[in-house]
Design a protein around this ligand. Structure first.
Ligand SMILES: [Ca+2]
Ligand SMILES: [Ca+2]
Length: 434
């Protein structure tokens, strides 16, 4: 089965059943290079280090190649059958790889030489975290000491063989069974945290991954109907969303740095999707203050081209002398999360910056952030996870933000300036969305 492609500097690398390793341009899908080794079946997965060296096994040898052109850095062994992708610990110059005879090996990245051998055999992609290697093999999830290969604990599952493993940011391990649709979260001490039941006949055959916000992404297949489905599961074990593919997806998902999820499907298409969308500003009103330069187009990019506003008349002394209202439109009415981002600065210290979002339920502005403005551009990111739909007009999907500046202490120079470089909303899809 094909595993997930690896992403390095805009290049996707993966092995296929035709004994070939491919490197594609991630943006266009164009072939950059390929290498053919007869009988190698390089489909157990690969890993790419920060220098652009890809490590992988298969039948016969373990290889290290340069992702730039596919040239060989080293190859090791004869008659090796690997059962996993290599798990890399680049800072220690080591990787861990499953072999069908003799068990798990720890090898050097520089030349592939052996550091230790474990009696635990089989299992596929295994993460290394805080000095531990996690291997799903037989009826057990094993936790091995990364330094020596000795077993720290093992988690038993009666139903079926445990499969590939992922580790969360808190040390929780995630693994599923390959014969019944069960998915487990295991505590760092080896005890069960929760279990998640995939619907009907969907089973996990490839490694889950954990996103930056702790969301667990699992690729599953329906063996009878030959369908694929990806689950996004929250860290508490409840479903965030699921997405159905036209055919089976044997590959693990891969997350790009911007949060785009890549999935290789058996229909030979690489699917790229994400659960968020950007909403750029579409309207601007300077409510209080005098616009000195710039306008709406200056707010759409972080490029140091800014809307600059100075204080002007106010009706009362409590009122902020600079108030800017920015409008946008949400792509959906019911997001699970809204992120509001402002990159701005003030010309002098002691200026307070306040961000309000318009609450369409109460019909009032709601303060979501208040902080001192910085004299160099800084970014305020406001996350709304509780009832975010209140900030979206239900019929027009309009969104409004008011950004205000007011003196917060003694100032040395008047008039001062508020300088807004970049304003945008990021809207995250609800559970059930794709
Ligand atoms: Ca800037
Ligand atoms: Ca700008």
């Amino acid at each position: 089965m094909s595993r997930a492609p690896s992403l390095w500097q805009g290049r996707l690398v993966f092995g296929a059943h035709d004994d070939t390793v491919y490197c594609l341009d991630a943006a266009t899908g164009a072939l950059l290079w390929s290498v053919y080794e007869p009988g190698s079946i390089p489909t157990m997965g690969q890993v790419v280090d920060s220098q652009g060296i890809v490590y992988y096994g298969g039948l016969g040898k373990i290889w290290a190649r340069d992702v730039r052109d596919g040239s060989v850095v080293w190859s090791t062994g004869e008659n090796i059958i690997t059962t996993s992708a290599p798990s890399l610990v680049e800072s220690e110059g080591r990787f861990y790889i499953g072999q069908s005879s003799g068990g798990w090996r720890c090898r050097r990245t520089s030349d592939g030489e052996l550091i230790w051998t474990s009696w635990v055999s089989g299992g596929s992609t295994s993460p290394v975290d805080s000095g531990r290697v996690y291997v799903g093999s037989g009826h057990y999830l094993y936790c091995l000491d990364a330094a020596t290969g000795s077993v720290i604990w093992r988690f038993w599952e009666r139903a079926a063989m445990l499969n590939s493993v992922a580790v969360g940011h808190d040390g929780t391990t995630y693994s599923g069974t390959s014969s019944v649709g069960l998915f487990y979260a295991v505590n760092p001490d080896g005890s069960e945290k929760w279990r998640f039941d995939f619907e009907r006949s969907y089973v996990m055959l490839s490694a889950p991954i954990v996103g930056g916000d702790g969301t667990i992404y699992v690729s599953t297949v329906h063996g009878v109907a030959r369908l694929g489905r990806v689950y996004a599961i929250k860290p508490d074990g409840t479903l965030l969303w699921q997405y159905d593919f036209p055919t089976q997806t044997f590959a693990s998902p891969t997350l790009g740095p911007d949060g785009t999820l890549y999935i290789l499907c058996s229909d030979k298409y690489l699917y790229a999707f994400r659960d968020w969308e950007r909403a750029a500003p579409t309207g601007l009103t300077v409510l209080r203050g005098l616009a000195l330069s710039g306008g709406l187009p200056d707010l759409t990019e972080s490029d140091d081209s800014r809307l600059v506003v100075r204080p002007w008349f106010v009706l009362t002394t409590q009122e902020a002398p600079v108030q800017v209202v920015v409008e946008s439109t949400s792509p959906i009415p019911d997001p699970r999360k809204i992120l509001f981002t402002l990159e701005a600065s003030a010309s002098i210290p002691n200026i307070g910056q306040k961000i309000e979002l318009f609450n369409y339920v109460t019909g009032r502005w709601e303060t979501v952030d208040s902080r001192p403005a910085t004299t160099a551009d800084s970014i305020a990111e406001i996350v709304i996870t509780k009832n975010p739909e209140r900030f979206i007009q239900p019929l027009t999907l309009a969104m409004k933000a008011k950004i205000s500046y007011k003196e917060a202490g003694p100032i040395l120079l008047y008039p001062w300036q508020a300088r807004l470089d970049h304003v945008f909303w990021t809207v995250y899809h609800s559970p059930g969305g794709g």
